[in-house]
Design a protein around this ligand. Structure first.
Ligand code: UD1
Ligand code: CA
Length: 469
């Protein structure tokens, strides 16, 4: 069967209170409308047309070039929206799935079931319905005495009796394409909202003598997103689904209510994700890693057997067997090779760190190319910025940097050299050498005794700080 899809995404979404398109708002790291697009692709509806209007450029941007767009200049209702796709639908004979762009929870399994019912039952249309705990605001599915669908009535147009019905219209439908076009041509705007309702096509088709079915889905799947609260709720449901997917793949998530995983993230088997962890964007984590607690990784690649604790990393790559944190910050363009240790209050930016190198405490490594087996003593700073330009620091294999050293870049520390603790290094250091760049220590014997004698004789001012001045 030829399956295509029309997605309604032109509405303004006033209740969201946003200057952007409602359907590009993200849930679990993915725009609402992209969740819909993915479900459609999974059921083989590869030909998709999106009805766009309000902030259309944003919708076009997130969906890209694989789908078609039609502009609905004025938003005159859902029926009017689908009518804009008529040129795209004419001449087609199969099924058109119509759905709203703000229903990200719909699964391909449910679409598949609705399509199966559609194909098996010789229906002109199948509506995806659901039993809503609180149906207020939704269109209701009105059935006759034998349980056949008769029409959909909008909440605002419903009688008191009809309002009692809890079976709601999800606004997701499978239509026989030529019959959809024929019915669309006959709808009008004579209703409470003076809009062209897509829902009116159902009664028209039934009056024409066709059969319309309803596939009753789980209410959660049919939820739309109208405001910020619903966006949050939908985000939680999607996050929970994603966590379950990872758990079924062998990832241990300790608490999915405090673990937030974006749609595209990949995690290897036997990895453990601890509470308070955000895995965002295109993050890919290997096998047997421990991530968290309280860590945020965005667009980060992590090799197998690495642990990252209480840390933040973005747009970088971390190798196998690395130990990161607690309290490390790995910034964009950084590449950490295997067996690297980055410890407490260490920041790495735009730097490559060779295997087995380690910066365990209080260090800044910026714009550096660091070789293998390099030791950064506590408090090492690559001084890479002179206020105008950034300069590179090249540190070759097996360099040992003593604590509290400043490396004034551009600079090269050659293989196997040592930097004495407390040095400010301004010139390149040759291989196998020791560089000491600090003032020689002076000892002034009995200096304290002399100072105190002067003070007791009141020959000098008392210590102002001690008196709290
Ligand atoms: C619609 C249904 C209602 C159903 C509910 C489910 C109609 C008349 N009513 O109501 O039966 O229970 O969805 O959520 O269809 N849109 C356009 N152009 C327009 C109008 C709307 O593209 O001119 C888009 C919106 O952006 C949105 C979708 O269509 O994505 C649904 O429109 P909305 O106004 O939210 O319909 P509801 O009143 O919720
Ligand atoms: Ca809606």
């Amino acid at each position: 069967m030829d399956i295509c899809a029309v997605v309604m995404a032109a509405g303004e979404g006033k209740r969201m209170k946003t200057t952007h398109s409602k359907v590009v708002q993200r849930a679990a790291g993915k725009p609402l409308v992209s969740w819909v697009a993915s479900a459609l692709c999974e059921v083989g509806a590869n030909e998709q047309v999106y009805i766009v209007g309000h902030r259309q450029e944003e919708v076009r941007e997130v969906l890209g070039e694989d789908v078609a767009f039609v502009l609905q200049e004025q938003q005159l209702g859902t029926g009017h929206a689908v009518m804009q796709a008529a040129p795209f639908l004419e001449g087609r004979n199969g099924c058109t799935i119509v759905l709203p762009g703000d229903a990200p929870l719909i699964t391909s399994e449910t679409l598949e079931s609705a399509l199966s019912l559609f194909e098996a039952g010789d229906y002109a249309a199948v509506i995806v319905s659901a039993n809503a705990p609180n149906p207020k605001g939704y269109g209701r599915i009105i059935r006759d005495e034998s349980g056949n669908v008769r029409k959909i009535v909008e909440d605002r147009d419903a009688t008191e009796e009809e309002k009692k019905c809890t079976e709601i219209n999800s606004s997701i439908y499978c239509y026989r394409t030529p019959l959809l076009l024929s019915a669309l041509g006959r709808i009008d705007a004579k209703n409470a909202q003076k809009e062209y309702y897509l829902t009116d096509t159902i009664e028209i088709l039934i009056k024409d003598g066709h059969k319309v079915g309803a596939y009753i889905a789980a209410f959660d799947e049919t939820r739309g997103v109208n405001d910020r609260y619903e966006l949050q709720q939908v985000g939680k449901i999607l996050n929970n689904r994603l966590c379950r997917k990872h758990m079924s793949n062998g990832v241990q998530i300790i608490d999915s209510s405090t673990t937030w995983i974006d749609a595209q993230v990949e995690i290897g088997q036997d990895s453990i994700i601890l509470p308070g962890t955000f895995l965002k964007g295109r993050t890919v984590i290997g096998n047997e890693c421990i991530i968290g607690e309280n860590s945020r990784l965005e667009d980060v690649t992590v090799g197998d057997h690495t642990t990252i604790e209480n840390s933040v990393a973005r747009e970088c790559s971390i190798g196998m067997n690395c130990r990161i944190g607690p309290y490390s910050h790995i910034r964009p363009e950084s590449v950490l090779n295997d067996n690297v240790t980055i410890g407490a209050f260490v920041e790495v930016k735009n730097s490559t760190i060779g295997a087995y190198s380690r910066a365990r405490h209080l260090t800044y490594v910026g714009d550096a190319q660091v070789g293998k087996n390099v030791n950064f003593g506590c408090g090492t700073v690559t001084c890479n910025y002179d206020g105008l330009d950034k300069s590179a620091c090249i540190i070759k294999d097996n360099v040992f940097i003593g604590g509290n050293s400043n490396l004034i870049s551009p600079i090269t520390l050659h293989e196997d050299c040592y930097i004495a603790a407390g040095s400010t290094i301004t010139d390149d250091v040759p291989e196998l050498s020791l560089a000491i760049a600090r003032n020689p220590q002076q000892i002034k014997e009995n200096w304290v005794v002399n100072k105190n004698r002067l003070r007791s004789a009141k020959l000098i001012q008392p210590d102002r700080r001690r008196e709290g001045v």
